[in-house]
Structures are given as C-alpha cells and as structure tokens.
Ligand binder design. Structure first.
Ligand code: NAP
Length: 272
C-alpha cells in the first residue's frame, strides 16, 4: 500500500518522500533497527538520508542538524533513533523536530494531538502498528476490555490512548501493579509491552483473547523472545503475535506510512 502511494505521489506531483534518520553512537541494536528502516524505505521508494554521528556529539550540534533538516524541502520525516547517549538532552532534541516532520510521533504537539484526537498529528509507530493489525483482522475494539501491560511514553501510554479513542475500556498495568494476573485475565485484548520475557503465561490469559506481544528481549543464549510465553498462550488465544515477526515489522511499516502521509501533506500544500 505504501509503495502504491509513493508511486502515485511521484507520478502526480513529482514529489519523492524523504526520511532523514539520525543515529548517534555505536549501539548495535540501534544500528540494526536503523538498517531495517532504511531497507524498508528502499523497498517502497522512499529516499532515506542517514546521519551517523559520533557518540560524543553535543546536544547543540544535533539541534543544528535538526534545524537544517526541518528546513530541507526534500525531507518529509525526521527520525532520531533512541536511546540517545546519556549526556544528550533528549527532550530538547525531540522538541526541535518540526511537528510536521515528526514521523515517530514523539514531539509534544503529536503527543497532545493523540489525547485530543487531532487528525493532523502523527501517532507513534509501535502502537499505531498494533491498531492497524487489529483493523486489518477486523477485530472490533469498541466496548472490549483492553489491558495494556507497560506504561512507557513510547508504547504503553499512547497504546492505551489510541484504543480508548476507539471506545475500548482500557486498564494500564506497570511494574508496581499488584497482582497483574487479576487484570490480564479480564482482557479481551491484551497488549504486552514490558520488556520482561515470559511475563505473561497461559493462566493469566482469558480463553479466546487477542494477545499482542510488543516485547523484544534478547535471552542469554542469543534467542529473541517477546514478553508472552508464545507456546502456552497460543493454545488459549484466538489471535497472538509472534516475536520476532509481529509488532516489530509493523512498527517499521507505520514509520513508512507516517513519512508518506507527511510527503502527501507537503505536496498538497505545494511546499515540497
Ligand atoms: P520501558 O520504557 O522500559 O517501559 C516498560 C514498561 O513496562 C514500564 O511502564 C514498566 O513499569 C512496565 N513493566 C516493567 N516490568 C513490569 C512487570 N514485571 N509487570 C508489569 N509491568 C512492567 O520499555 P518500552 O520502551 O515501552 O518497551 C517495552 C518492550 O517493548 C521492550 O521489550 C522493547 O524492546 C519493546 N519494544 C518493541 C517495539 C517493537 O517495534 N516491537 C518498539 C518499542 C519497544 P513502570 O512504568 O512502573 O516502570
């Protein structure tokens, strides 16, 4: 779908969507994520611009680069791969990105837009991908009991808001939740984003529940697993997402979707 939209945009307006990706430092996991995002851009015809920066770059220099990218008409999306090294003021960096190019959806404007349901805001990619998965499987959210395990700013909280906006009844659990199972067992739709392998096991899940595993954990033996015991829970769930291969690729896909949407808006405004 993204590729079709990119082709149409190019054909009708001559605009090629562009995504600038900023990677600071040498974190191997971040390098893999960035590589996957660039490959995905290539696959659909989005032009990507990668900026690999030294770990010891100053916040100020990063801010200068982002201002340049904000002003660059060929760039419709700007992504700063997180986490950033500790000495960098992450909030300042994220707030410097123009909300109109904030395709990761982390700028205050876009976070606020999520709460107010503003149509022009960019939803953060991971929870947006979960919503798209539910939509594509025709899983009705309205009136359903949804439990989100994890309350981070990038996954749990926006996930809860997005499903609330679709009229689900949402509970959010976190590390200080007492008796997690008492909540999860009620879930018609269970979204787990805690970063704890095997946090959710079969007795904690209602028969027929839809289980979305956002977690990505590297085990000491090198295996990549989610937060849900897939083997056990898949016998009880009506739907379950695998790790790897479930939410992860959707996150990348929604980044493409936001970038294409940004380019379409820019083209419509005649700014591109
Ligand atoms: P995070 O910032 O560390 O937040 C984890 C959340 O889980 C926190 O709210 C924490 O509670 C809660 N939590 C931790 N242990 C818990 C427990 N035992 N019971 C209940 N809640 C618990 O992590 P994140 O960035 O949201 O990421 C979560 C997981 O998703 C990670 O495995 C990450 O790698 C993965 N992830 C995947 C994708 C993807 O594309 N698939 C994208 C982003 C993240 P407190 O708030 O009380 O500390």
């Amino acid at each position: 779908e993204c590729k079709e939209r990119v082709d149409t945009l190019k054909e009708k307006t001559g605009v090629t969507p562009g995504l600038a990706v900023i990677l600071v430092g040498e974190d191997p996991a971040s390098a893999v994520y960035v590589r996957n995002k660039i490959r995905a851009c290539d696959a659909v015809g989005i032009k990507s611009y990668t900026h690999r920066l030294d770990t010891d770059i100053k916040t100020e220099d990063l801010v200068v680069l982002i201002h340049q990218l904000n002003a660059d008409a060929g760039v419709h999306g700007i992504l700063v791969q997180l986490p950033l090294p500790k000495h960098i003021d992450m909030e300042r960096v994220l707030e410097t990105i123009s909300p109109e190019k904030d395709v990761d959806g982390f700028h205050l404007y876009n976070v606020g837009g999520l709460i107010l349901g503003k149509g022009d805001s960019f939803p953060p990619c991971t929870p947006y991908g979960v919503v798209k998965m539910l939509e594509s499987e025709n899983i009705d959210v309205e009136g359903q009991n949804v439990v989100v395990v994890g309350a981070s700013n990038i996954v749990g909280k926006p996930m809860a808001l997005m499903l609330m906006a679709k009229d689900a009844t949402v509970a959010i659990c976190h590390a200080k939740t007492r008796d997690l199972a008492q909540f999860t067992i009620l879930a018609d739709i269970l979204v787990v984003a805690a970063g704890v392998p095997n946090l959710i096991v079969s007795p904690m899940v209602k028969t027929g529940a839809v289980v979305i595993d956002v977690g990505i954990n590297r085990l000491p033996d090198g295996r990549l697993v989610g937060d849900v015991d897939f083997e056990g829970v898949s016998k009880k769930a009506s739907y379950i997402t695998p790790v790897p291969g479930g939410v992860g690729p959707m996150t990348v896909t929604m980044l493409l979707e936001n970038t294409v949407a940004s380019a379409e808006r820019a083209a419509a405004k005649g700014q591109a």
